[in-house]
Write a protein that binds this ligand. Structure first.
Ligand SMILES: NC(=O)c1ccc[n+]([C@@H]2O[C@H](COP(=O)([O-])OP(=O)(O)OC[C@H]3O[C@@H](n4cnc5c(N)ncnc54)[C@H](OP(=O)(O)O)[C@@H]3O)[C@@H](O)[C@H]2O)c1
Length: 232
């Protein structure tokens, strides 16, 4: 059975990805900080190899526990760095962005994924595995108010790009899911009706396509992957 670690799997995109992988017979190590929601998400998955470990990805000890759980399952084929923070809501402009908040944001969105990659690397290399760093178009485009979160995703994109060069035996993807109707998206647009945004489940096939086709390492947008004739 292939094994994956999916961070931030208690709701939103991470939960939808975990369900799709479990349906395909993957063994999973899942996390999120809030234990009740994580337990509920794990309980909704097909019975079998699901290990839900509550904790903060910014915590080194928690990251080590995730990797140890994968090791107990026999190894690691896939690491999905999905857990992410938006930062303050409403989104502050850079001119008055509290730098302490930015430090916290980078701890979760940049340093934690890299720390988890570093800890998981021996297991991933042993299986010629795959890393997916969940990105955002805010890491590429300049939207007012998105400089904190967006710059953290730009940094994550660059880490993914360099890792792909340094670890050619792995597949390393920065994956931009596009807008999704989730708690994070609602926090980004407080008080707005976001019911026109797609559900996270509709984006999962794009990620599965990357995995199925073992597409070359790189940065991919879900919107392109959902069009069958694009991206090879
Ligand atoms: N939604 C969008 O429109 C959109 C667009 C572009 C990119 N993205 C990206 O897609 C990914 C998923 O976002 P989403 O919209 O599904 O977010 P979400 O609904 O807010 O879910 C985030 C998940 O991550 C967990 N999490 C957050 N901080 C964590 C931490 N420090 N340690 C461990 N778990 C943590 C949350 O649980 P706890 O809070 O209990 O920890 C939750 O399970 C993120 O990387 C996001 O940046 C989203």
């Amino acid at each position: 059975m292939p094994v994956a670690i999916v961070t931030g799997a208690s709701r939103g995109f991470g939960r939808a990805v975990a369900l799709a992988l479990a349906d395909r017979g993957w063994s999973l190590v899942l996390d999120a900080r809030g234990e009740p929601a994580l337990r509920e998400a794990a309980a909704a998955l097909p019975a079998g190899g699901v290990h839900a470990i509550a904790g903060d990805v910014a915590d080194r000890g928690h990251r080590a526990a995730l990797v140890r759980a994968a090791e107990r399952l026999g190894g690691l084929d896939l690491l999905i760095n999905n857990a992410s923070e938006l930062g303050p809501s409403p989104l502050p402009e850079l001119a008055r962005y509290p730098v302490e908040e930015l430090v916290r944001l980078y701890a979760t969105n940049v340093f934690a994924p890299l720390g988890l990659i570093q800890s998981a690397l021996p297991l991933l290399v042993a299986r010629a595995g795959t890393i997916v760093d969940v990105s955002s178009d805010a890491g590429v485009e300049a939207y007012a108010g998105w400089g904190g979160y967006g710059s953290s995703k730009a940094a994550l994109d660059h880490l993914s790009k360099v890792l792909a060069v340094e670890q050619p035996m792995l597949h390393v993807y920065a994956f931009d899911p596009g807008d999704m109707r989730t708690e994070m998206h609602q926090r980004a647009f407080p008080g707005e009706d976001i019911s026109d945004r797609p559900e996270p489940e509709t984006v999962v096939p794009a990620l599965l396509r990357l995995l199925d086709e073992r597409t070359a390492s790189g940065r991919y947008r879900a919107a392109e992957l959902l069009v069958p004739e694009l991206v090879r």
